[in-house]
Design a protein around this ligand. Structure first.
Ligand code: NG1
Length: 449
């Protein structure tokens, strides 16, 4: 048993003894990115979304620090090493500074009442493209939170509730409490995790991290953190809000998604932030004008009647935002039903409608994203749309079997060729499958890639 774990076992979780000093044991927190299949700009309006966690992730390789400092480095040159103390209040660094995502995780946990007496030291790496609408930021927030929780002996459990929510995961026992398994780490720390006096459920953590990420300045919803913490291999995730609830939906055999970047970054800690927050404000204003809440409006049997009412009451721009939100809310339910019925042709058509609505009513698409969607559809995708907040970032195209290669080839020839003078490299375009959840001590989707 290492000295730190020994100290913990003796001290019953007391981390202040002199013999506890010094970093011991290496751990890896892994948090997947996500691709939203449908339900765009609905989460912050309290309406469901349908993303998948993907087989690309952010990793935090860490040791438990001997003090209450967080020290992390990144191999990416423009991300300077970060250091801060786990002491209230945790101040924000400059806007756009990557340390804000790690600070947000720590601050969120502390504000939630989690006692963080130990810091972490290590490195951050990963293969989720940044600022592409694939939620690299939330993956970093969640991975940082999991690392801090592990360092402080806080268990992350299944079940529990976030505002009375519930999670249904197929093939898992409801009583399955501890989800994080250390891999190649000290047994002592494993034992000390078993003695943890503090615990948090995945749902609770997702809700806490969604609030925490607003620290970075985006009035975001809770989709990304929930998807990251609840990914299930081979399943899309229906995520509902207020209360937070995650229901896996099996993806029919043989279907995959191609993700392709428009080569324009959508930095939500930078330029896209104002546009995103403006949409959130417009949505609040629109529903305030029409009356009721989005959830009730989407559930009304006569959606056309709801839209006629909106058109009568709202100024044109607000009406268009409103129309996107309520029709997109309706599409999520229809898409889930299509997936359950293995009717992926229908699913694809709903994706195409979603893109049209994001382009014309929500005005978050770009000419390049529109062109890419067109190319993917012509090459045989069953559906395609922009994914994430828009303003750049990626498209996602639904493909069966050989269509994956055909779509990628068409995008390479017709979109990337003229712009890059050659085939796209690295993280520009790739196929994804629905993958597992974030955890500490290894991540199967990564090792199976
Ligand atoms: P991306 O573009 O992946 O950062 C953002 C929000 C989501 C959601 C989508 C639009 C955050 C962290 N992410 O996602 O909650 O609102 O836009 O559907 O706020």
């Amino acid at each position: 048993m290492d000295s730190q774990a020994a100290g913990r076992a003796k001290g019953g979780g007391d981390l202040s003894g002199a013999e506890d000093r010094g970093a011991v044991g290496r751990w890896r927190a892994v948090a997947p990115g996500r691709v939203n299949l449908i339900g765009e700009h609905t989460d912050y309006n309290g309406l469901p979304v349908l993303p998948i966690a993907i087989d690309r992730a952010i990793r935090v390789d860490f040791r438990v620090a001997g003090d209450a400092m967080v020290r992390l480095a990144s191999p990416v040159v423009r991300f300077a090493p970060l250091t801060f103390q786990l002491k209230r209040p945790i101040e924000a660094a400059d806007q756009g500074d990557w340390s804000n995502y790690v600070r947000a995780a720590a601050r969120g946990l502390m504000e939630h009442g989690v006692e963080l007496r130990r810091g972490i030291e290590g490195t951050v790496s990963g293969d989720v493209p940044i600022a592409s609408g694939l939620s690299s930021s939330s993956a970093l927030v969640v991975a940082s939170a999991l690392a801090l929780l592990k360092a402080n002996g806080v268990e992350v459990g299944r079940g529990g509730a976030a505002g009375g929510g519930a999670v249904a995961v197929p093939g898992r026992r409801a009583a399955d409490q501890v989800v994080d398994q250390p891999a190649g780490a000290s047994r002592g720390l494993e034992e000390s995790a078993g003695r943890a006096e503090q615990a948090i459920s995945r749902l609770e953590l997702a809700a806490v991290m969604a609030r925490a990420e607003r620290f970075v300045g985006l009035e975001g919803g809770g989709m990304d953190q929930a998807a990251c913490l609840h990914g299930v291999e081979g399943h899309a995730l229906r995520i509902e809000f207020e209360p937070l609830r995650v229901t896996p939906v099996a993806v029919p055999e043989g279907w995959r998604w191609v993700v392709a970047s428009s080569l324009v970054r959508a930095e939500k800690s930078g330029g896209a932030r104002e546009a995103y927050n403006a949409r959130a404000r417009e949505c609040r204003e629109a529903v305030g004008g029409v009356g009721g809440g989005y959830r009730d409006l989407v559930a009304e049997p006569d959606l056309d009647g709801v839209l006629r009412r909106g058109r009568r009451i709202l100024a044109p721009v607000l009406f268009r935002r409103f129309r996107h939100v309520v029709t997109e809310g309706r599409r999520v339910g229809l898409a889930e039903e299509a997936m359950r019925n293995s009717d992926m042709g229908r699913f694809g058509k709903l994706m195409v409608q979603s893109h049209g609505s994001l382009r014309d009513d929500y005005e978050v698409s770009t000419a390049d994203l529109d062109e890419m969607v067109g190319i993917a559809l012509e090459a045989g995708a069953a559906g395609a749309r922009l994914t994430g907040a828009g303003f750049g970032g990626c498209i996602v195209a639904l493909c069966e079997g050989g269509a994956v290669e055909r779509v990628m080839e068409a995008l390479a020839m017709r979109f990337y060729g003229p712009r890059l003078g050659g085939p796209p490299e690295g993280d520009v375009m790739f196929a994804v499958r629905a993958s597992g959840e974030a955890g500490v001590g290894g991540h199967p989707p990564l090792s199976s890639r």
